[in-house]
Structure formats: structure tokens, C-alpha cells
Design a protein around this ligand. Structure first.
Ligand code: UDP
Length: 333
């Protein structure tokens, strides 16, 4: 039996694929390579290039391979972009997710892990954020994940689907020196800061310093991509008990944009010029996870919890591959 990983050529998906293979699982990656990279996909995974918007192509993957579990990463994932392009999220993300869920149900693949997000909680009324914190998505992106979570809830009730929705806070860091984050265009804070450190950009623009936080810049909970991967492996196994669940995934520590820049200066030894610009629409002031539930229930234990660990691994990747996967010679083994 195989696990189908959509978006398995992307930043988080490819890290999870690598971990699944290491654990001896058979993996089929389905990815349209619009954002992902062929050279990020582990050599022992089967890579099918296709689009989730094409229901026939999705069905054919299930007909060709013996799939019993799904991890669904393929998605548009940017809060800011979703405020500009709501239909990309409210239509495409949902239609693609539904094509996948329909095929899964028709082919009796009954374990499903959904990449979800802290943006589900919008502007939270309590901090840290638990799984019980009220949900009120902060953007069309968060709403698209909320809707997919609800669809899974109903497929659990009506079709025996067992699911885990994993709500990531800020994924960061590199899985290894040859396996890291490479987006085009890059919008995330840590890779942009490291591009400034490398001299690929002149400065980092801080999106607002008038938030209600200790230094006025936004506070986020950064979580290493390998720790995220570990949570997926644990969740996939746990779902065998037939019980659906939701988990928040973060370290429980908040760092401001200024603290991230300062830590990057220490890790890299570079100056990293910064200036303050306008706020970015859709950004909440603070997002910090309470991830006690997955620690208690599944024994999840992050191995790279500090910001300097996270930034150091990302820096190793950026220094070795300043142009990202363009300079990676082969798929990882
Ligand atoms: N940010 C920033 N400048 C940038 C990119 C991001 O100040 O060039 C801020 C952003 O406003 C947010 C934090 O850094 O408060 C993390 O942003 P990112 O896009 O990495 O992740 P998000 O929190 O949107 O998932």
C-alpha cells in the first residue's frame, strides 16, 4: 500500500516524503511542479506530474497505485496573496481538495492528513492558541482550509474517512543542506532575511512596527520543517485507530520580526539592513501555538525548537544553494 502525497515536491511536502521513505513507506507524489521542484522529491518516491484541478488525472492515480492514505499539501498558501486573489483560494484550493477527497472516498482510501493553518484563528482572542480557540479565518487562505477541514468532518460522519488536520504556525528551516525552501517569488520572512544576508537583496522591509506587541512588529511561532514532518508521521500512524483529530503545531514561543532579523545577524555574522514599511493586509499581530495536545496524545517532541537552530539550518541551505534547486544536482536519496 502507498501513501499519496499531493504537493510532495514542495517545501513541507518534500520534507515529509523524505521522512516517510526513511520509515520504509511506499510513497506516490502528485504535484504539478508549478511551485514545487522535481529535485526536492526523494529518489525512492514515485513522482506523478499532474494537476488536482483535473479530476480524471486524480482518479487515474488512484486506479494505478494502491493508495490507502493521503497527505494533502498541494495548495496556494499565502495569506497576503489570498487577500489580493480571493478566487485562487476560495475556488481553486477548494475544488482541488474536493477532487482529491472524492477520489479518495471512491477508492476506499480512508486516512487523510490535511495541511491546515494558524490563519484559521484570524485575530485570536486568546494566546497561546489551543485547538479550542474560536475559529474565524483571517483571510481567504484561512477560509479555504477551514472549509476543507469541514468537508473532512462530514466525510468522517458519512463515509468513514479518518482525518487529521494539522494547523501549522510558521514553518521554517531546511531539512538539510541540500533540501530547503525555494519559492518564486519568495515572500516568507526567514528566507528573505537570509537573501539579504547573502547580498541577493538590499534590505528587509519590516511590514509595520505599530502592532500591539512588545517591539511593535508581528510575533510568530516558528517551527522547524523536520519537526512538522515528524508530526505528520505520528498522525498517519495514529489514524489507524479510526479517530479523527485536529492538532496545532508550533513551539509555543513567539518571536517578533525584529528578533528574527537580530537572530539572523548573529547566525550569519552579516549586517542585514532593515527598514520599516507599511503593514501587510491580513497579518495578525501575534500567533503562538499551544501544541500540548499532540505532545500528550502522540508524544510529539520537536528536535529543533530554538530560533537559532531553525535559522542555522536554513542558512546552511542558502549558502550552499544561493539559487535554490537550480544548483541541486539530483533528487535526494
Ligand atoms: N514579514 C516582514 N517582511 C517580509 C516578509 C514578512 O515583515 O518581507 C513579516 C510578516 O508581516 C509576518 C512575519 O514576517 O508578520 C512572518 O511572515 P511570513 O510571510 O514569513 O509568514 P506568515 O506569518 O504570513 O505565515
Amino acid at each position: 500500500m502507498s501513501t499519496l502525497v499531493t504537493g510532495g515536491a514542495g517545501y513541507i511536502g518534500s520534507t515529509v516524503v523524505r521522512e516517510l521513505i526513511r520509515q520504509g513507506e511506499d510513497v506516490v507524489v502528485f504535484d504539478n511542479l508549478s511551485q514545487g521542484h522535481r529535485k526536492a522529491v526523494h529518489q525512492d518516491a514515485t513522482l506523478v506530474v499532474g494537476d488536482l484541478a483535473d479530476a480524471g488525472a486524480v482518479d487515474s492515480v488512484f486506479r494505478t497505485y494502491d493508495i490507502d492514505a493521503i497527505m494533502h499539501f498541494a495548495s496556494h498558501t499565502l495569506v497576503g496573496e489570498s487577500m489580493e486573489e480571493p478566487f485562487l483560494y476560495l475556488d481553486t484550493n477548494i475544488r482541488c481538495g474536493l477532487n482529491l477527497m472524492r477520489a479518495a472516498v471512491e477508492h476506499d482510501a480512508d486516512r487523510f492528513i490535511l495541511s491546515s493553518t494558524a490563519n484559521l484563528f484570524g485575530l485570536p482572542d486568546e494566546m497561546p492558541i489551543t485547538e479550542e480557540t474560536s475559529i474565524d479565518p483571517g483571510s481567504p487562505y484561512g477560509e479555504s482550509k477551514r472549509i476543507l477541514e469541514r468537508y473532512l468532518h462530514w466525510l468522517d460522519r458519512t463515509r468513514g474517512m479518518t482525518f487529521a488536520a494539522l494547523r501549522y504556525f510558521n514553518a521554517a528551516g531546511a531539512a538539510g543542506p541540500d533540501h530547503g525552501e525555494d519559492h518564486d517569488p519568495e515572500t516568507h520572512l526567514i528566507p528573505i532575511v537570509l537573501e539579504v544576508a547573502l547580498g541577493q537583496r538590499d534590505e528587509i522591509v519590516i511590514f509595520g512596527d505599530d502592532y500591539d506587541t512588545p517591539d511593535g512588529t508581528c510575533v510568530r511561532d516558528y517551527i522547524h520543517v523536520r519537526d512538522l514532518a515528524q508530526a505528520h508521521i505520528l498522525a498517519l500512524r495514529a489514524l489507524k485507530d479510526g479517530k479523527s483529530r485536529v492538532y496545532n503545531l508550533g513551539n509555543g514561543n513567539g518571536y517578533s520580526v525584529r528578533e528574527v532579523i537580530e537572530t539572523a545577524r548573529e547566525v550569519t555574522g552579516r549586517e542585514i539592513p532593515a527598514r520599516v514599511g507599511d503593514r501587510r493586509p491580513g497579518d495578525p499581530a501575534t500567533l503562538i501555538a499551544d501544541a500540548q495536545r499532540i505532545r500528550d496524545e502522540l508524544g510529539w517532541d520537536p528536535q529543533f525548537p530554538t530560533l537559532s537552530d531553525i535559522i542555522s539550518t536554513a542558512w546552511d541551505w542558502h549558502v550552499k544553494h544561493p539559487d535554490g534547486y537550480a544548483s541541486v544536482s539530483e533528487r535526494p536519496s
